[in-house]
Write a protein that binds this ligand. Structure first.
Ligand SMILES: [Zn+2]
Length: 471
């Protein structure tokens, strides 16, 4: 029975995908099975389809098995899947941004936001200049469903589905099972509890698989002595998507003591929250708990790790908000926040203190191209701005200095610009113009990119045709 339903669902999804133009399919038309939300099988099919359509950008990685898959008498279970997304322009290794969803299986919105993020990056490469630089200079890893066993139940549970002796209660709260400070704060020792932490740290195959994946992605770094921060040059950002509460949470969760990198974690958390409009706070300030993915990733690997709790306003609140909330609210809210979190992955603890651009434009004639932008400081004033042609660091050559339009840097907001002779743009069909600004506190901010206009664009043909089309 279960298999026939599964086959029917896959056939229906395949028909939907085949019947639609590509961009509509990647708008993730609602599933006909779960009130719009994709099933585990449909999500897996979508990931395989993305990898097949964008082989130059995406690789599907099977990083482990769910509990059921490893259990001889269990359900068929699932492969644990991650989509690794980066351009082949540079071989890497590159700074990594990881997006994880559905560690709590019944929190329905996360996987939908995560797959939209992956789709946006794949469709945006070569089209959107900043997303193009993001994938040239970084790697993005998306795990839409970390807990597929729990997700696959007719009534999804928060927990996984592993079985325990002497009880019919099933599963572990995987976000209480990670081995950093396991059991140090509110997590239940009872298998029937929704927050059961498991019999031992990292007892669950899903937990161990995620640890191995992240250790592989964020390798080659030393853990500092207890209480000491990871150095400023530490790379890596991780976001774990949950519902609900409209919150952005940073480590720690088990203690009110500040994490060693608290200034950077808090600054970045506040910058993410400024973009999705959520409330920023430490995870402990929400309530004490321990054994979280985020705390382990930060404590062990130095990754700047955050939980985003999506949704809070009726009807888009709770763990199973109406599916229309995804495209009407959750995805538009979080798109810019996730792009920003990915753009600071090279050095999150310093980039979060640097200025960002809230406007940028490029004009050109046959001799020159002029880049104009508005930089806004997060702290202090804007001290300088510079432009790289074609590539950002570490691949780029020397940047061009941008000047303050008012003649002097130092303001909280500065209009900046630079004029680039056309000959500097030769050698690339459509070079990227990649800018960044620094603050008076000494921090550079994340990059923003624009395309250099072609020498003849916008040509007379556009001006002639567009009014006709507008009728
Ligand atoms: Zn959760």
């Amino acid at each position: 029975m279960r298999h026939s339903r599964l086959c029917l669902a896959i056939v229906m999804l395949a028909l939907v995908l085949l019947a639609m133009p590509e961009h509509v399919a990647y708008g993730h038309s609602p599933s006909m099975v779960l009130g719009g939300y994709f099933t585990v099988e449909e999500t897996e099919l979508l990931l395989r389809d993305m990898a097949a359509r964008y082989p130059h950008l995406a690789t599907l990685v099977d990083f482990g098995d769910s509990w059921e898959r490893g259990e001889p008498d269990g359900a068929p279970g699932y492969d644990l899947l991650a989509l690794r997304i980066t351009s082949r322009r540079h071989p890497g290794p590159k700074p990594v941004f990881t997006l994880v969803a559905a560690i709590h299986a019944n929190e329905l919105a996360g996987p939908e936001v995560a797959t939209r993020f992956a789709s946006m990056l794949l469709a945006g490469y070569g089209v959107d200049p900043t997303l193009t630089w993001l994938l040239d200079g970084h790697e993005v890893v998306v795990v839409p469903i970390f807990n597929p066993d729990g997700r696959a139940l007719a009534q999804p549970t928060r927990k996984s589905t592993s079985a325990w002796p002497d009880t019919t209660c099933r599963g572990v709260d995987l976000n209480r099972n990670f081995p950093y400070e396991w059991g140090a704060a509110a997590a239940s020792p009872y298998p029937c509890s929704d927050t059961y932490l498991g019999p031992t740290p990292a007892s669950e195959p899903e937990t161990r698989a995620m640890m191995a994946l992240l250790e592989n992605l964020y390798a080659t770094r030393a853990t500092p002595p207890a209480g000491q921060p990871f150095p400023d040059e530490t790379s890596g950002v991780l976001v774990s998507l949950h519902t609900y509460g409209d919150l952005v949470l940073w480590p720690w969760a088990h203690t009110s003591a500040l994490a060693p990198n608290a200034p950077g974690l808090e600054r970045l958390g506040r910058s993410i929250a400024a973009r999705n409009g959520y409330s920023p706070k430490s995870a402990f300030a929400l309530y004490p708990h321990a054994g979280r993915l985020d705390d382990w990733a930060y404590a062990t690997l130095g990754v700047a790790a955050f939980t985003i709790e999506i949704g809070s306003v009726y009807p888009c609140s709770g763990h199973s908000a109406p599916f229309t909330c995804i495209d009407d609210l959750f995805w538009p809210q979080n798109r810019g926040a996730l792009v920003y979190a990915a753009l600071v992955a090279s050095t999150p603890y310093t980039l979060a203190f640097g200025p960002t651009f809230d406007a940028a434009s490029v004009t050109g004639d046959t001799a020159n191209v002029t880049v104009s932008a508005r930089a806004s400081a997060v702290a202090g004033g804007v001290a300088a701005a510079e432009l790289y042609i074609g590539e950002g660091p570490p691949y780029a050559s020397t940047p061009l200095a941008m000047v303050a339009a008012d003649g002097a840097f130092g303001g909280a907001v500065e209009e900046v610009r630079v004029t680039v002779p056309r000959e500097l743009l030769a050698g690339d069909v459509r070079p990227l113009l990649i800018m960044r600004a620094s603050s008076t506190t000494g921090a550079w901010g994340p990059f923003e990119a624009r395309w250099a206009p072609a020498p003849d664009a916008p040509g007379p043909a556009y001006r002639l045709v567009l009014p006709l089309l507008a009728r």
